[in-house]
Design a protein around this ligand. Structure first.
Ligand SMILES: NC(=O)c1ccc[n+]([C@@H]2O[C@H](COP(=O)([O-])OP(=O)(O)OC[C@H]3O[C@@H](n4cnc5c(N)ncnc54)[C@H](O)[C@@H]3O)[C@@H](O)[C@H]2O)c1
Length: 328
């Protein structure tokens, strides 16, 4: 196959490209390097079946041309990360809606298989223990900028299914939950790399709120495996699928696990959400995926153990801090 990956120089994208190339697929990446980087795919660049094109997803003629050459498209490019969403709401909405629409239109016109990355953020304020794809979605008001990300991803989902309904577009929507692994950076609010970095440097680990909010983390290797299998899974066409794991933990326990795993002397500090993200910020207590739909489609679902996820992240962060010259 030849796969076109938007946002392929980002965290999930680079892992996806590496796994796809290892399976013998040719991969074209389009990325504007806003949150991704050339370093993420540096090892792939010499490979003739891999191509990195540095460009913005708003370049529709380039999107059309790359879609035309592809057998399948995985659309990951997006404005990502809590901090970015709060600080740059216009870019968040424009990138996440306009670029997705451009990709969907090209795939419709050229009849291409496409997977669109959405997010567990669309589950919004829901308080159930396990979130299912058919659940009602309750998001907060536009006066709270945080919800712009969820709203934009939800528009993407509606667009994707509308193109499927009206034009038989072979699309699958991936509702990705917290994904973790080497190469992820902490400055967009991603909690695990942020904690690991601080622990390795012996700095205080900052937990927002009371720390009893719970999250489920999934190893990026399993997410990527699921994406590659879903490309070829015809039964997933026209569907929304949760892609997430089972390693649920409170943020307090996560901070302690990171300290243990790094043998760090860091202390844990709690600060109010308002101090980190401003007055109108709100966070969910819990967010777990019901992965029955994924299991029915693929015969398996991610099952990551927290310590197994942390190991490679710690190794990777250690190398990066040494490269930065801040760790000996
Ligand atoms: N990582 C997670 O836990 C998670 C959870 C839910 C959903 N997602 C979704 O998965 C996708 C990938 O996320 P990620 O964690 O790898 O983030 P990332 O920031 O590492 O990757 C996004 C990539 O898109 C690129 N990009 C952004 N705007 C672009 C534009 N206009 N044109 C071209 N390229 C552009 C960035 O440079 C980056 O390389 C996103 O759609 C995100 O919303 C991720």
């Amino acid at each position: 196959m030849r796969i076109f990956v938007t946002g392929g120089a980002g965290f999930i994208g680079s892992h996806l490209c590496r796994a796809a190339v290892a399976e013998g697929h040719a991969v074209d990446v389009m990325d504007n390097l806003s949150t991704g980087s050339r370093d993420n795919v540096a090892d792939l660049i010499p490979n003739p079946i891999f191509q990195l094109i540095i460009a913005d997803g708003s370049d529709q003629s380039l999107v059309n041309s790359l879609v035309s050459k592809a057998d399948a498209v995985v659309h990951l490019a997006a404005a990502v990360g809590v901090q970015l969403v709060i600080d740059d709401p216009v870019r968040t909405l424009e990138t996440n809606i306009d670029v997705t629409q451009g990709v969907l239109k090209a795939c419709r016109d050229l009849g291409k298989r496409v997977l669109i990355a959405s997010s567990s953020e669309v589950y919004g304020r829901g308080s159930q223990e396990w979130f299912r794809e058919t659940d009602d979605l309750v998001i907060g008001p536009p006066t709270s900028r945080r919800w712009g990300y969820a709203a934009s991803k939800l528009v993407d989902e509606f667009l994707a299914l509308a193109y499927h309904y009206e034009h038989e577009l072979p699309v699958t929507v991936l509702r990705l939950f917290n994904t973790v692994g080497p190469g992820q950076v902490g400055h967009y609010g991603m909690v695990i790399p942020r904690f690991v970095r601080r622990a390795l440097l012996g700095e205080a680990i900052t937990v927002y709120g009371d720390g009893e909010q719970r999250r489920t983390f999934t190893g990026v290797d399993q997410v990527v495996k699921a994406i590659l299998q879903l490309i070829e899974c015809r039964e997933s066409i026209g569907k929304i699928v949760n892609v997430g794991g089972t390693a649920e933990t409170s943020i307090n326990d996560l901070a302690s696990a990171v300290i243990r795993a790094t043998k760090s002397k860091s202390v844990i500090e709690h600060i109010p959400y308002e101090k980190a993200y401003g007055e109108s910020f709100e966070d969910m207590r819990r967010r777990n995926p019901d992965t029955k739909a994924l299991k029915d489609l693929l015969g398996w679902a991610p099952h990551s153990d927290l310590n197994a996820i942390l190991g490679p992240v710690i190794e990777d962060m250690r190398k990066r801090l040494k490269k930065e010259g801040v760790l000996s």
